[in-house]
Design a protein. Structure first.
Length: 377
């Protein structure tokens, strides 16, 4: 049996006609960038995420970079984040000229640990502590970070909070939607995200009119009015085609999310029945509305061998992420070494994402669990 990690073609079949129709309309209009379709998506997303505003942008990476720019972060500043995330989170910080400061993760959810943020802060010389301007919690795999204590530390220190919600559209923390808790919420429409376009795209949410204005101005090179520049922004514009496709998919997002949650529930049952003991740990579901962008199992032993075995048996899987960011060559200048963030390093070495996409069948799931059982027995 072949079980891909993700099969976008199955989903496309169900919305094919709608997508072709809208694409044709856009071709006929020859109106490709920003405009009414992007405006419409911004309204729909701000409603879905329960925020006052949203600004469509060119990617999730650019959502982060634009938010940092709108927050006025640059050389001399420091921004706290997790080393166990997709590269863009820390990459965007460094690209503004600011210094990424890492805090380790919780061992169960893999999200940034509020306790470790406090510990990192305690260890900093006073002069450095004053340069910390923001924190970027990442809602990894579709589950919100522990936001309440993070927001508290941020408020006490006057930091901006930029939620990296690229994997978490629609997920919740104590009744609040991802992207509605911090100063900025950054989302990605990369095709493999729960709400993906037909190319690159992203969006930033905010509840602040001032930040919204700044985001909108910086999105078009900082010109306001056009060709008059108080600020240096960039080209962070979203295409009409991406906006239109994402608008179509948004109508089905909750249905697809429910299917992911059902698949997660079924995996838990199947793994329990397989009696694998501590050899396979299912992901911790601690927050209200885990949207399961990924279903990531933890394997105290033989992760890499299992990965190879599953690929041989036709089961797609992936390691998110094999090298924590503090150990990436490009961040050598930060002076970290192996052992600095043990929970992140453990996660990088012992976790594996297995298929969870909405159209995954029960038979496919049984096959996946069966293969894992065979491997360990
Ligand atoms: C996907 C992702 C991004 C970047 O989004 P792109 O649209 O690919 O630029 C940023 N952060 C996290 C956590 C992501 O998963």
């Amino acid at each position: 049996m072949n079980v891909p990690l993700l099969d976008l073609k199955l989903q496309y079949e169900t919305i094919r006609e709608e997508c072709l129709k809208v694409t044709e309309e856009i071709y006929d209009s020859q109106y490709f960038i920003l405009g009414p379709r992007v405006d419409a998506l911004e309204t729909e997303i701000s409603r879905y995420c329960d925020t006052d505003y949203a600004v469509g942008v060119s990617s999730g990476t650019d959502a982060l970079l634009l938010s940092l720019m709108a927050a006025g972060i640059g050389p001399g500043d420091r921004v706290i984040t997790t080393p166990y995330t997709f590269f863009a989170t820390a990459g965007a910080i460094a690209r503004t000229g600011a210094i990424p400061v890492f805090a380790d993760i919780e061992t169960d959810t893999y999200n940034i640990s509020p306790g470790d943020i406090a510990a990192v802060l305690d260890r900093m010389p006073i002069a450095e502590r004053k340069t910390v301007r923001a924190v970027i919690p990442v809602h990894l795999y579709g589950q919100c970070a522990e936001m309440e204590p993070i927001l508290k530390i941020a408020r006490e220190n006057g930091w901006q909070v930029i939620e990296d919600a690229a994997q978490a559209i629609g997920s919740e923390y104590r009744g609040k939607r991802a992207g509605a808790m911090g100063d900025f919420g950054c989302f990605s429409f990369f095709p493999s995200k729960n709400l993906g376009g037909f190319g690159d795209g992203g969006i930033v949410t905010t509840n602040s009119r001032e930040l919204y204005d700044m985001l909108a101005i910086l999105r078009v090179h900082g010109g306001h009015p056009k060709y008059y520049h108080k600020f240096i922004g960039g080209n962070f514009r979203l295409d009409a085609i991406q906006a239109a496709i994402v608008s179509i998919k948004l109508k089905y997002l909750d249905e697809w999310m429910a299917a992911r949650q059902e698949n997660a529930r079924r995996y838990r049952q199947m793994f329990a029945a397989a009696a694998l003991g501590d050899r396979v740990k299912c992901p911790a579901e601690k927050q209200d509305r885990h949207i399961y962008n990924q279903f990531v199992i933890e394997l105290p032993e033989k992760r890499d061998e299992l990965r190879t075995f599953l690929l041989e048996k036709g089961v797609g899987n992936e390691i998110y992420y094999p090298v924590p960011l503090h150990l990436q060559d490009c961040f050598d200048y930060l002076g970290h070494k192996a052992g600095d963030f043990p929970a992140s390093e453990y996660a990088a070495n012992h976790t594996l994402a297995i298929p969870i996409f909405p159209e995954l069948t029960e038979d496919q799931q049984s096959y996946v669990v069966e293969q894992i059982k065979t491997f360990f027995n």
